[in-house]
Design a protein around this ligand. Sequence first.
Ligand code: HEM
Length: 511
Amino acid sequence: MALIGFLEVSAAFISFLIFRLLLNKKTHHALLTDWPFLGMLPGLLVEIPRLYDWSVDVLEATAMTLLFKGPLFSGTDLLFTSDPANIRHVLSSNFANYPKGPEFKKIFDVLGDGIFNSDFELWKNLRRSAHSLLSRQDFQKFTLSSSESVVKNGLLPLLDQAAEKNIVVDLQDVFQRYTFDTTLILATGHDPKSLSIEMPRVEFGNAVEDAGEVVLYRHLKPIILWKLQHWLGFGVEKKMRNAITVANRECMNHIRAKREEKSRGIHSEGEAMDLLSYYMEIDTTQYDLLNPSDDKFLRDTILSFMVAGRDTTSSGLTWFFWLLSRNPKAMAKVRQEISTILPRPISQLDKDRSFNASDLNNLVYLHGAVCETLRLYPPVPFQHKSPAKADVLPSGHRVEANSKIVLSYYALGRMRSVWGDDASDFKPERWISDSGGSRHEPSFKFAAFNAGPRTCLGKQVALMQMKVAALEILENFDITAIEGQKVELVPSVILRMKHGFKAVMTKRRKT
Ligand code: HEM
């Protein structure tokens, strides 16, 4: 155990030293050298701390597609691309040839047989059943009312207190709690109240976060190595073992509680319709292969939903406020739009707000600012695919059956050849058409929510949750980001800030 760790650390350290010594001037071309036995891994290890920005430099310099060579016989070669034509081909026009593949399922084994991990008939049934819930009007109303309630009873009081006491808050942590509460309510009907003033430890949320980090490292290691580490409970895999234990326990508690509620005849009230209740009552004759009486099926379903909805939406919100804090003109424009389109008379200031979906849709500039955030900081920064049969991509690259392809959405949003010379600038106006409405961009160019048949099912839920929180915070508080804080990205399957986003909140009006 100690030996494996020692070898891993030594290999990384030696590569690092060699490259620092050999390269006076660090260029991504030099770092892409394909070394005997080691392939391009040493260059990648040097760049791990700035993995995402490095991927932008590299893909910009290689006409948006690179064949990354891993160490000999390690099985870690992968084709890395941010070319919209390739993305459209893989996700849409030739979708049938690009399942997630067996390797994906092994890497993301924590998710079991949930929708993210499944392919073919099982995926079709999971998607049809989930779509049927998410498109129901009562579910959409439930989404809006539960978000409003978490904002009113959790988010605003917490930020109020921080403002009163002049305490520095980590907005990333606050938004993770917000989306943990909103997503768990939708998944199970239970409100964990993680935004309460005591800021309780959120073990389930932390487990989901840890698993995301470990999964990224699994992409870069030979399967035999991480499996051995997992079996021994060593290194980052120790975190994964712990994450799985916590996730299993939490999901099982919710399943047991829901079964008990049902056996006591307690049903969700009014428009409340959570995922667990829905699946427990689903008509199985309509959906082959789904088995809601099986606890494992329900566990995989809840966990996939938590992974889908929690860290993604909170990542979007964190980067949204970070970008606005650096772009005061855009912040002023969002506020101006809110006060013009959804004015709040003085007599209503102390009353709770309530929106409907079309109120939110009318906020075109806010929508632009949210899309611009997701373009520059897509919460799911890459997507892993594996061709069933050999194929040639539109870029001319040949891919073998079962090889690995990584679509980089982070790099896609920053490609000058796709978005113009101002690709790295934050410009919500980019999303407004000449007639003043919202401008649509094709999903293979703006792929934050994926594209093709596997497009995100929760896009509308996510946009709504982000807008409700954004609107309430912008109306109630001024946000001052702490000067000089380090902004680094965690290498993970979700785009998070390594040190959080620290800010001071000031009440805008005293009611
Ligand atoms: C800003 C927030 C969000 C972003 C950026 C986002 C992005 C994505 C992406 C990129 C995928 C494809 C992932 C893959 O196939 O590996 C995906 C799939 C999915 N998302 Fe989201 N998502 C967000 C929020 C949500 C929410 C709130 C929900 C649920 C309420 C949700 C439900 C799903 C589901 C069920 C899938 C699987 C679709 C399938 O495989 O057919 N997402 N999302």
